[in-house]
Design a protein around this ligand. Structure first.
Ligand code: PLP
Length: 296
């Protein structure tokens, strides 16, 4: 059974020429061999977009929502529109080649391509997921960190690409090292004017009594596919849902908190900025079971 599978797109966008005219839309390739050119703008400038899609028992989760967000990120970066049918076919072929693994993740990457060439580079990489049981049950310690932008950055300064899932994730990695220095596992970004935003690779979810809450859209944060699925779960469970602008003080008073994302799913926050938070074990288990369902 493969633990890592790669597909390379021949024509990531129909708005740009194919790499090999007349060849199939994608081909499986050796994931351990080199494939990207050193002058690819994805490598030299972080100029490109990506998605990470969870796979449970052979089924991609929220595939269409991920493909829509991929296309939206391309639009924000003025990249050619991804050929959704070619990407979907490549994703399904990679999942198929991975075989019957309990949990896997699929990463789709589209870069602006080699400087001056005009053709985007695209690939789909699938790999078997690590075991997240500990983080999904015991939970994670989280610190809040200033992102340095006001909460309305998306409308005031759209060129900063807040809300695009771009390849420029060095800051999203740096904050995890800062969290580790502070004795924590993960981070919640806060706007410079004090509002709760998102994690570096996750959305923030809170419970106040019987309402599940996430920070509103339009805050320069990603429209989380997992958060979207959990709001569907809330509908089934007769829980209310709300988008709310929250301060850190309000967050700390919630009945339970989670960071939610496609591959790790719902990780309860057991400590916020050094103070213990209650963990809702029962709801966490139910949410994670829902997210593992084929249609989750
Ligand atoms: N916010 C950021 C910055 C992310 O990178 C991610 C996912 O990687 C999310 C939120 C959660 O999105 P999703 O639930 O679609 O995985």
């Amino acid at each position: 059974m493969a633990t890592s599978v790669l597909a390379i797109l021949n024509q990531p966008s129909t708005d740009a020429a194919a790499h090999a005219p007349g060849a199939p839309p994608f081909a499986l390739a050796d994931p351990d061999a080199p494939h990207v050119t050193v002058s690819d703008l994805g490598v030299t400038r972080g100029d490109g977009i990506f998605e990470t899609i969870g796979v449970g028992n052979g089924h991609p989760q929220a595939l269409e929502a991920h493909l829509r967000r991929f296309a939206h990120s391309a639009e924000l970066l003025d990249l050619p529109a991804p050929d959704t049918d070619a990407w979907r076919a490549a994703i399904l072929a990679v999942i198929d080649a991975l075989g019957p693994v309990a949990e896997a993740s699929i990463k789709t990457v589209m870069t602006r391509g080699v400087e001056g060439d005009g053709r985007p580079t695209g690939w789909v990489h699938g790999s078997v997921s690590p075991d997240y049981t500990e983080q999904r049950t015991t939970g994670i310690r989280v610190v809040t960190l200033d992102r340095g932008f006001t909460h309305d950055v998306q409308t005031r300064s759209p060129w900063l690409l807040a809300g695009a899932k771009s390849l420029s994730y060095a800051i999203n990695r740096a904050v995890l090292r800062e969290a580790e220095r502070r004795g924590a596992d993960d981070v919640i970004f806060v706007s410079s004017d004090g509002f709760v935003l998102e994690g570096p690779t996750s959305s923030v979810l809170a419970r106040r009594r019987t309402t599940l809450i996430t920070p509103g859209t339009g805050l320069g944060i990603l429209d989380g596919t997992t958060q979207g699925n959990i709001f569907r779960f809330a509908g089934e469970q007769h829980l209310d849902t709300a988008f709310e602008l929250l301060t850190v003080k309000q967050l700390a008073r919630m009945d339970a908190l989670w960071l939610v994302s496609s591959v790790r799913h719902a990780a309860p926050i057991n400590t916020l900025d050094g103070s213990p938070m209650p963990v809702d074990a029962e709801l966490t288990l139910a949410m994670n079971e829902f997210l593992r369902r084929p249609e989750g």
